[in-house]
Design a binder for this molecule. Structure first.
Ligand code: HEM
Length: 341
């Protein structure tokens, strides 16, 4: 980012955010920098997680015509099992190096998730290596793309609404210092930044239909019968843009969340980007912290403009529907370092 700032060249915001999320998760789980461009293992890891997310987002005709499932007409299942094998081979390598006591290069490891699970596995039979690897799989797939897509949308919305970007930057200058990265303890003192994040969650929920659920019994909801066994999708994208709930739902108005009690913890049904109830996203406390820190730091350390030839009027703000809601055209933006005041 700093280099792009010096050469005034554009940054692919989604890609930078993906690498950052992978790096933060990699540190928490394995004490490893999985975005390290010089590490072969990190490169392979990043590539496989990216391929899995790409594949998971592709529409599959067999989902609409289940009798075609066994045929795997688009080859998605075959490709996905190849990617899972590659990722599990990487997990195997990381786990066996840890068991053999090989130190993690360049890191001061202290009770990361892998250590905790390995210790747990000594007493608990059901915490075996297979369970661990599946847990890592879900953490890395559920935690990276969702976070990076949300950050990309937040930046895109601020770049097409420069007056909101300026307002967020002014708040940061007043509360922190201009040009400084923000830390977790700063977040509580930045209500406008929090409101920008909530507005982004409302307009661009990363998992637009949540994860599918199955009705456990026949139920009546608003006069409709939902039969036992039916697959249920909750369209939080549509809920976030419902004009009977939100005034001017297509506009970015973070102010609607300033002095409002509405939060993303599953209690306010008009804003459910992380779902709710027993299956609410377990990563939401981590994701919200990461997002505030990433967005706050990006806009406090740099001024931003859209790449040459693109303006707020011409930028493509369309989304690409997949398992996560991605910006169809990757956001390219040019940073200029902001000097500390
Ligand atoms: C902006 C970031 C994120 C968003 C919007 C998001 C959203 C969601 C949603 C909507 C669900 C399904 C909940 C439901 O159906 O009620 C989910 C599940 C899940 N998320 Fe997240 N998530 C994010 C980040 C993360 C992170 C950082 C992690 C972990 C590191 C994570 C781990 C998980 C896991 C493990 C599940 C499955 C839970 C289960 O099946 O019970 N997520 N997430």
């Amino acid at each position: 980012m700093g280099m792009c700032g010096q050469t005034r060249s554009p940054v692919d915001i989604g890609e930078a955010a993906f690498a950052t999320s992978l790096n933060l998760l990699g540190n928490a789980v394995f004490s490893m920098d999985l975005a390290d461009a010089t590490s072969k293992l990190a490169k392979e890891f990043k590539e496989v997680v990216w391929l899995i997310m790409e594949e998971a987002g592709k529409p599959n005709i067999a989902d609409y015509f289940p009798m075609l499932k066994w045929l795997d007409p688009q080859g998605g299942r075959r490709r996905m099992s190849r990617y899972f094998k590659r990722l599990f081979a990487l997990f195997d390598r990381i786990i066996s190096e840890r068991l053999e006591g090989i130190p993690v290069s360049g890191s001061k490891r202290k009770d990361d998730l892998l250590d905790i699970l390995l210790n747990l596995s000594k007493d608990k039979e059901d915490m075996d290596l297979v369970t661990m690897k599946h847990l890592f799989l879900i953490l890395f797939t559920a935690g990276t793309d969702t976070t990076s897509n949300t950050l990309e949308w937040a930046m895109a919305e601020l770049l097409v609404n420069p007056e909101k970007l300026l307002k967020a930057q002014v708040e940061l200058e007043e509360v922190i210092v201009r040009g400084k990265a923000i830390v977790e303890s700063d977040i509580a003192r930045l209500p406008y930044l929090q409101a920008v994040m909530k507005e982004t969650f409302r307009m661009h929920p990363a998992v637009p239909l949540l994860l599918p659920r199955k009705a456990g019994a026949n139920v009546q909801v608003s006069g409709y019968t939902i039969p036992v066994g039916a697959q249920i999708y909750v369209n939080v994208w549509a809920i976030g843009r419902d004009p009977t709930t939100w005034e001017n739902p297509e506009e970015l108005i973070p102010e609607r969340f300033v002095d409002s009690d509405i939060d993303v913890k599953g209690q306010n049904f008009e804003l459910l980007p992380f779902g709710g109830g027993r299956r609410i996203c377990p990563g939401y406390p981590l994701a919200t912290r990461l997002l505030h820190m990433m967005l706050g730091s990006l806009i406090n350390c740099f001024d931003w403009k859209l790449e040459d030839g693109v303006s707020a009027a011409t930028i493509d703000m369309g989304d690409m529907f997949g398992i996560t809601l991605k910006k169809a055209q990757p956001l390219q933006a040019v940073p200029t370092p902001r000097n500390s005041s």
